[in-house]
Design a binder for this molecule. Structure first.
Ligand SMILES: [Fe+2]
Length: 115
């Protein structure tokens, strides 16, 4: 049985300091690293609070978007693949990147970072 509260279509936690462990477990952690004219975007789910990675409860995919368009997408198998992904992107400074993840039990969660 899920411990999920009522979820919205896309869960975007505004203040992690006030978030529940359930929210922190699902909110993607987005980090940015300059790599020449590229930026390495890394996304991890379970960074703040560990998230299960078993066949009955896991992160199915992680999508990285700019202006609502997917620029990188990762489909993940449970157990074998951890929900930790990276991609190098070529984007203008000031661009907002949104990372979205899908938990098979608890829906869609997002976080943003500005390059
Ligand atoms: Fe979950």
């Amino acid at each position: 049985m899920s411990d999920a509260p009522i979820l919205s279509a896309l869960n975007l936690v505004q203040n992690l300091d006030e978030a529940t462990d359930f929210e922190r477990k699902h909110t993607p952690y987005v980090s940015l690293e300059s790599a020449g004219d590229l930026t390495k975007v890394s996304v991890a789910v379970g960074h703040y609070v560990g998230h299960p990675n078993q066949p009955d409860h896991y992160i199915q995919w992680i999508d990285i978007q700019v202006n609502g368009n997917s620029i990188a997408r990762f489909d993940l198998a449970p157990v074998a693949a951890e929900p930790v992904v990276s991609v190098c992107v070529r984007l203008e400074p000031g661009t907002t990147v949104r990372a979205i993840e899908y938990c098979n039990l608890h829906g869609v969660w997002a976080a943003e970072a500005v390059i």
